[in-house]
Design a protein around this ligand. Structure first.
Ligand SMILES: [Zn+2]
Length: 485
């Protein structure tokens, strides 16, 4: 069910703008379920790190053990004569019993659906693919309109005073030469969203507003289960219109009030600066080729048309211009940071992990002193690991075993609803209509009583969600107050 081999990102979304300086809890990304408790810190481009791509996200902190108190405290409460094996068995029982309690409280809530229902995983995936294609289209349109003529991802593009340690001041959101990106621009923030709300219902409601390009939501906050959602829009006007619409009327969703607001754009957007060895001519050439490989890989995985890929790869004049264009494309379209080899599910997460942009530190006058070092080595390793392992697995609504169960139950249903009244006379017991043969009843059931089959399907999905929950439960603390409206 999970898709990404290397960076299992959770929700499918993507698009443009939104995000903010802080990170209360990490954003839900394309997988499912709460992910690691804390977002990884923005990588320092100065320190070679372990291949970021290969690391992926830490497993979710939900896990029964994490939520059932301490094993030590539990064991201390047991009879002194209990053997270690029995203690472990009792602990597992205890954990499972708690998970079942939590399941009962959470079943039917939005947070449960978004994290565990197989159809939610399918939606995340589809949303991510759609967003990549949409982003690619917008990027190519901008390219044709010559928006990126002055693009240059180097500190040489600005005065020396703009460099501050490992960061470089930029001219602002989507402005040349660095085209740094602030996802908070043109976005709407929904904070403290009730756990009862299905994020996909919010998404669908937002999609009725014009110009929605991205949607992202966090995992539940520990201990409270509330979440945050962000929607990015094509223009400031579209974001404002969506905000006005919510503020003027639809303040609630399925009886749960929502409080949308306009997140504050960041001040003094800074890009991270990678070391001068990344600016060596030989490196630029190699990176132009490597970035093309990554573009092909990610476009292929997300279904961006080949014509778009080829047209992008043909763009840019010099090797450096080609590289810059590809690096920017990877960020804007795929939320991939070329210099950290981080693939994020949306622009908010990219912004948190890899800043508003990445630029190469210019070689400067002491060019002779700059040589490929550990950073170069780590950079190559990261990209090689990414190219080797990256993938995007399509979640399926049903496993093959579940499909077999579905077919079996459907056959049973047909048998149950078909009654032979006389020779050559069959009745549909759901509506009493008569037919000449059982095959006509079967066709009729599929056509006129679809809801019966849908019920079976939903039961199978519910069972899959239940299993997924019990395998990796979250605590229901914060769910005491039931829905008010
Ligand atoms: Zn019927």
């Amino acid at each position: 069910m999970r898709r990404v081999k290397r960076r299992p990102s959770r929700s499918a979304r993507g698009g443009a703008r939104g995000g903010r300086g802080r990170s209360p809890q990490r954003w839900a990304t394309a997988g499912s379920g709460p992910s690691s408790p804390a977002r990884s810190a923005t990588p320092s481009p100065r320190s070679p790190r372990a291949p970021a791509g290969a690391a992926g996200r830490k497993p979710a902190k939900r896990g029964a053990g994490a939520s059932a108190g301490s094993f030590k405290a539990f064991v201390l409460g047991l009879d002194l004569l209990v053997t270690p094996e029995d203690a472990v068995a009792k602990w597992q029982e205890h954990v499972q019993a708690l998970a079942v309690e939590d399941l009962e409280r959470l079943q039917g809530t939005g947070v449960y659906f978004d994290l565990y229902h197989p159809l939610a995983a399918v939606r995340r995936h589809e949303r991510r693919l759609r967003a990549a294609r949409q982003n690619a289209e917008v990027f190519m349109r901008d390219l044709q309109e010559k928006r990126y003529e002055a693009l240059r991802l180097s500190t040489a593009a600005q005065g020396p005073g703009d460099r501050e340690g490992a960061t470089c001041r930029t001219t602002g959101h989507m402005k040349p030469p660095h085209f740094a990106f602030d996802p908070n621009v043109n976005s709407v923030l929904f904070s403290k969203v009730s756990p009862h709300v299905r994020m996909w219902h919010l998404h669908d409601a937002l999609q009725k507003c014009l110009g929605l390009v991205s949607f992202s939501f966090t995992d539940p906050a520990p201990g409270s289960l509330v979440r945050e959602a962000r929607a990015g829009f094509e223009t400031a006007e579209a974001a404002q219109a969506a905000l006005d619409l919510w503020l003027s009327g639809e303040r609630s969703l399925q009886g749960h009030s929502l409080s949308p607001s306009e997140p504050v754009p960041r001040e003094g957007l800074k890009a991270l600066a990678v070391p001068p060895e990344m600016s060596l001519p030989g490196r630029i050439c190699k990176d132009a080729a490597l970035s093309a490989q990554v573009v092909r890989r990610l476009d292929g995985l997300t279904g961006v048309p080949a014509s778009v890929t080829e047209s992008l790869l043909a763009g840019g004049g010099s090797e450096e211009a080609r590289l810059d264009l590809r690096v920017l494309y990877l960020r804007r379209v795929h939320h991939f940071c070329f210099y950290a080899a981080e693939w994020c599910p949306d622009e908010w997460e990219l912004s948190e992990r890899c800043g508003a942009g990445m630029v190469r530190t210019a070689v400067g006058e002491d060019a002779g002193a700059v040589a490929p070092g550990p950073w170069t080595e780590a950079h190559e390793q990261r990209l090689a690991a990414f190219l080797e392992t990256s993938g995007l697995q399509q979640p399926v609504p049903m496993s093959s075993d579940e499909q077999v169960t579905l077919d079996k139950k459907a056959a049973e249903l047909i048998q149950e609803k078909t009654k032979q009244i006389a020779e050559g006379k069959y009745q549909c017991t759901a509506c009493s209509k008569l037919f000449r043969g059982p095959e006509f009843v079967r066709k009729h059931l599929h056509k006129m009583h679809m809801d019966l089959f849908e019920t079976i399907q939903e039961e199978i999905h519910a069972e899959a969600a239940r299993k997924a929950f019990l395998a990796k439960p979250i605590r229901s603390a914060g769910m005491q107050q039931r829905k008010v409206a």
